[in-house]
Design a protein around this ligand. Structure first.
Ligand code: UDP
Length: 375
């Protein structure tokens, strides 16, 4: 048996690295502060309705990355699932991402694709040549009316900041389409794990040599007990927040149950300020292959993350990135510790990106271990 590895955090980053290293013969100790694996992707069945719950909010797997897709499919069946989001604004229901139906319904038109593209170009603010903020990106490419209806208030509710302070990259996550395709994502592969994300992650950990310690924090001082530590917790927590706390948004969910079908769709966004929440998710629609008489829903509220809250979205304004840079500089001096994942690198990562990066991290570690043995 080779020397042992500590992995801090039992989400996708930790699970992928543990799996790869255990297969290479390492003994791996995984430490997780929460009583379950899966991180914020954790899923479990609701006791009352039997519905598979996305406990920390909705997660839809979508990717163009062949390796990440092939990898996750080794650990369980993925059912076909296409995310189609509805959005309510000014008392009307539309479809997102902005597509031909959204444009035609919103403006009361019957445009064809090329006409709609031309129409949106005419609405865009051409004085904005290189948009860097969320607001400029929206004003440049969809114009003020669509921006104010769908993005401005939702973004203020979601981020607690004006879109003029946020980077364009956040809006670039969403496509604009000039056809009737209302698939929220443009990726080649999209699906939902048949038994939920937690079952998938549990199977990644189910390799001889891996010991998962739930409800067990890891003390950074224990790093000397291990050959190497992969740390997927918040980077600032590893250093005792000595450079201050990196800011996150956290989410609160108001959970309610009903009979039958409450909203007819998995995700309905509330884009204006008639409601304080950003969206309502009806979890049984994330598993359309299952039948449930009753239903469970989450009303999602976003707010600033305080010390004891669960961090969700890294904010990453310029000042936050400077603070991150200070942590990255001290982290560089940390021998034998690799910082991974959304919290370890303070980035807004989709699941497929997290998994692909974790696979690459494991490859690099194994390759350098081989080189050292060869020397
Ligand atoms: N967004 C918005 N209105 C919507 C949906 C999204 O303004 O109806 C903005 C919001 O700022 C959000 C960003 O677009 O943070 C990215 O949306 P995405 O659906 O990728 O957010 P996530 O599901 O990761 O929260």
């Amino acid at each position: 048996m080779k020397k042992s590895i500590a992995i801090v955090g039992a989400g996708f980053s930790g699970a992928v690295i543990a799996n790869q290293l255990a297969h290479a013969g390492y003994a791996v100790d995984v430490f997780e502060t929460r009583p379950h694996v899966g991180g914020n992707c954790h899923s479990r069945r609701d006791d009352e309705t039997g519905v598979m719950l996305h406990v920390y909010g909705p997660h839809i797997f979508h990717t163009d990355n062949e390796r990440a897709w092939e990898f996750v499919n080794r650990f369980g069946e993925f059912k076909p699932y296409v995310n189609r989001v509805k959005a309510i604004t000014n008392g009307r229901v539309y479809t997102l991402p902005i597509n031909l139906l959204t444009i035609n319904q919103f403006f009361g038109k019957t445009l064809r694709p090329a006409q709609a593209a031309e129409f949106l170009t005419s609405l865009g603010d051409k004085t904005i040549t290189t948009p860097t903020t969320f607001e400029d990106q929206a004003l440049r490419f969809v114009g003020r009316d669509l921006y104010e209806a769908f993005f401005k208030t939702y973004t203020i509710k979601q981020w607690g900041l004006s879109p003029s302070e946020l980077p364009a990259s956040i809006l670039k996550r969403l496509p604009v389409r000039f056809n009737y395709d209302d698939n929220y994502f443009s990726h080649k592969y999209q699906g939902m794990p048949a038994d939920g994300y937690t079952a998938l992650v549990e199977r990644m950990f189910d390799v001889p040599g891996i010991a998962v310690h739930l409800s067990t924090p890891f003390d950074p001082a224990s790093k000397t007990d291990y050959q190497h530590v992969f740390y997927a917790g918040p980077i600032d927590a590893w250093f005792g927040h000595e450079e201050g706390r990196l800011p996150y948004r956290t989410l609160d969910f108001e959970v309610f149950r009903d009979t039958g079908d409450y909203q007819g769709n998995a995700v309905v966004n509330y884009c204006d300020d008639a409601e304080p929440y950003t969206r309502i998710t009806e979890h049984k629609h994330f598993s359309p292959w299952e039948q449930h008489e009753d239903t469970i829903l989450y009303k999602e509220y976003s707010r600033q993350c305080e010390d004891q809250d669960i961090p969700y979205y890294p904010i990453r304004l310029a000042r936050d990135k400077q603070q991150l840079e200070r942590y990255v500089n001290i982290a560089r001096q940390e021998a034998n510790v690799t910082f991974v994942g959304r919290l370890g690198t303070y980035r807004y990562l989709d699941m497929d990106v997290t998994i692909n990066e974790a696979l690459i991290t494991a490859d690099k570690f194994l390759a350098s271990a081989r080189d050292n043995t060869a020397m």
